[in-house]
Each structure stands twice: as C-alpha cells, then as structure tokens.
Design a protein around this ligand. Structure first.
Ligand code: PMT
Length: 373
C-alpha cells in the first residue's frame, strides 16, 4: 500500500471508564485511532492534488460538507448527529467547478452531492421526471431543459477529473481526513482554498469510553459525559497550511451573535474569512466577516468596522490569550452582507452560493497576488 501510514497509540480496551480530560489537537491524534482506510484515501488525494499542482494557474479548493456523527457504540446502532444536509457544500462545489477550480469534496456519507443534489429523492425524485415511449426512456420538457446544463457540467467534471469526493461519517473520520487533506494541499501554498462548511461536532466520546455493543435500555436511563472536540482550526491555520486561504463558517440561531462570534473566531485562529449564517435565513442571507489589521497610529477610517468587543464566549479556546493579544494590537473588522433578493431580484431560482463563490474568488486572487509580491 502506497503513501504514509498514519499512526496512533493502540486503543485501550473499550468501555473502561477514565476521568474526563481536555484534548489538545495533538492529544487527540495521539489517542484516537485513524479510520481504517485513511492511508488509501490520503494517497488518492495526494495523486489528485499533484495532478492539479502541475497545471499552471489552476486553483484548488477543499470543500467540507455535511454533519459529523458521534457514535455511542463501537458496533454502532446509535449516534449523535450534527445538523447539515450538505446543501451549502454541494451547491458551492458546483459553482467552484464552474469558475474553473478543482474541488476536493470532503463530505458526509449520503449527504447531498454536487449535481445529483438537484434530484434528491425527497424533493425532486428522479423517476418522476422520466417518460416512457415504447421501449425508450426520456425526460420531458420542461425538466429536460433544466437537466441538460446540469448533466453537461457533471459530465465535464467527470471527464476532466476536476472533482474528487472523499467520504466521512464520524467526527473521528472527519478530523483525520481533514488533517490528511490539508497536508496534501499545503504544497499548493496560496493556490489552495479551504472552505469549511461542514457542521462539526463540538463534543465526542473518546474511544476508551465508547461501549462496544448496543447499550441496553434495560439498564434504565442513559447518562453521557462527553469531551470537547479540540478546535482544529487553530493548527490548520497556524501549522497545517499557513499559506492557504481559509474560510470557515459560523452557524447561529441568534442573529445577534453572528458577527461577534465570527470576529472572535478570526481573532482566535487568525484565518482570512468567516462566513456567518443564521439557521433560518442561510439560503438568502450571509455575512462575510474579515479582519483588517492596522497599527493604531494609522487610524484607517476607510475600513468599515469596529474594534473587537471583549469576549465572553463559552467555546473560546484560548480566550485568555485572545484578550491579552487584544491589548497588543488594534483589530478592525469589516462586514459584507450578501442578500439574495438584492443580488438577483429577478431570478427566483438563483442560489446564494453563486454570489458567495464570486466574492471568494476575488479575495482568493488578491491573496495569491499579495503572496507573489
Ligand atoms: O448543509 P446545509 O444544510 O446547507 O447547512 C449548511 C451549514 C449551515 C451547516 C453551513 O453553512 C455552516 O454554517 N457550517 C458551519 C457550522 C458551524 O457553525 O460549525 P461550528 O461552529 O461547529 O464550527 C465553526 C468552524 O470551526 C467551522 O468552520 C469548523 O470547521 C471549525 N471547527 C469546528 C469544530 C472543531 N472541533 N474544530 C473546528 O475547527
């Protein structure tokens, strides 16, 4: 088997209760076993990335999509899930392909996929579109007219190999695959974009606390104590791909939290952009939050934004450092709202991802150009 083999300490016997501990990213990878087929998947990703690395001017984006699960049993009958159908990721991947990017699509098994998402079995069952004439099957108008450009784009991506899909199911699969994918893309330096739309579990059960077999309901109520998943955005930005253009998403149900939480993430992790979306409006409205670093003496009033407010953020890994760092520098943020009804007033079928991707392309190109100076 080719490629480097990921290693982790052998797992202790399952279901031995151990005291709860705080996992750093390093602890996590040292104690949690990689998924069985990691080496093969990593090698497939490496080959695919190498192919595009050799094509001048070809940019590559990692799109993560769908929600991760936390299995409660090793022989899994039950698991906790994170909300995400994979619409954002699958739709965005199509627009990236259309704009000439190669797309590494890291997605939850059975979540929506580029192109086929238009014919999801629940919303638009494919069989309902088909007609039979004698022994021939066809697609009647107006469905055929809608299908044609989708099929053309799908066939083009397949023929050119511009999309590689890699599946995850659990939070553990996701973290190992994310690190592997980032590692193989890092040599692309600024040509690599990371578009982290997956909904990632915040809590997990370390494998030494996962029951081996189906938990029996005869034992009465179930109490679970879960550990916090390390925030991998920090090493991703600072160690795994320091030159990549990194976009994370922030999902909130309270709209007022979107901008402060997005700013906090930028300050904490130091990446380029957070796209904030409120659960119910996410298909029509998003906000781009970016950090503009300026020396206090410059007093640049051309940048819309404000100084970072002090944080009281429960998921604030490293919050004390963040506050200390604030004293050293003045941070200014800009916010750009995208409203679909303003961007495409006469196109009822328009998707906000089209506009998200076009905005991102401009920023990514600036990032590449700045690196070339
Ligand atoms: O698929 P759809 O149904 O269309 O839904 C799309 C979406 C709403 C899920 C998507 O647009 C979205 O907002 N995704 C991010 C969800 C979210 O808020 O994730 P988070 O708060 O758990 O993480 C925020 C960021 O931190 C993420 O970019 C994630 O990559 C990163 N993270 C999260 C957990 C963790 N342990 N480490 C991380 O680095």
């Amino acid at each position: 088997m080719a490629g480097s083999v990921e290693t982790a300490a052998p797992a202790p016997a399952a279901a031995t209760p151990t005291p709860q501990r705080e996992f750093t990213t390093d602890d996590y990878f040292q104690t949690q076993r990689p998924p069985a087929n990691l080496a093969e998947k990593k090698e497939a990703m490496r080959k695919w990335v190498d192919k595009w690395a050799g094509v001048e001017g070809k940019n590559v984006v990692l799109v993560t999509s769908g929600g991760t699960t936390v299995p409660l049993e090793a022989n899994t009958v039950r698991f906790l899930d994170n909300f995400s159908a994979g619409t954002r990721g699958a739709t965005s991947a199509e627009y990236f392909l259309d704009r000439g990017y190669a797309v590494l699509f890291l997605h939850r098994t059975h979540s929506l996929r580029p192109f086929s998402r238009h014919y999801s079995h629940s919303l638009n069952p494919f069989l309902d579109l088909l007609t039979i004439t004698g022994d021939s099957i066809g697609v009647a108008d107006p469905q055929a007219a809608k299908l044609l450009p989708i099929l053309r784009a799908y066939n083009k991506a397949q023929a050119e190999g511009t999309i590689l899909s890699v599946e995850f199911q659990t939070i553990n699969d996701y973290l190992w695959l994310l690190r592997a994918a980032t590692g193989v893309m890092a040599p692309l330096e600024r040509r690599a974009m990371f578009y982290l739309a997956a909904a990632v579990s915040d809590f997990f059960l370390p494998e030494d606390r996962v029951a081996e077999h189906k938990i029996q309901s005869t034992k009465g109520s179930l109490s679970l104590e879960m550990d916090q998943v390390p925030k991998v955005l920090r090493p991703l930005v600072q160690e795994w791909t320091p030159e990549g253009y990194i976009v994370s998403f922030k999902l909130e149900t309270d709209e007022d939290l979107l901008v402060p939480k997005a700013r906090a993430a930028l300050s904490r992790y130091g990446h380029q952009l957070v796209i904030g979306n409120e659960l119910h409006k996410r298909k029509h409205e998003v906000v781009f939050v970016e950090r503009k670093m300026r020396e206090k003496s410059i007093g640049d009033d051309r940048i819309r934004g404000a100084e970072t407010p002090p944080l009281a953020d429960s998921d604030a890994e490293g919050a004390p450092n963040f506050r200390r760092d604030l004293k050293k520098k003045k941070e200014v943020f800009s916010e750009t709202w995208l409203h679909l009804n303003q961007l495409a007033p006469n196109r009822p079928e328009a998707e906000i991802e089209e506009f998200i991707i076009d905005e991102l392309l401009k920023r990514h190109q600036e990032w590449i150009d700045r690196g070339a100076k």
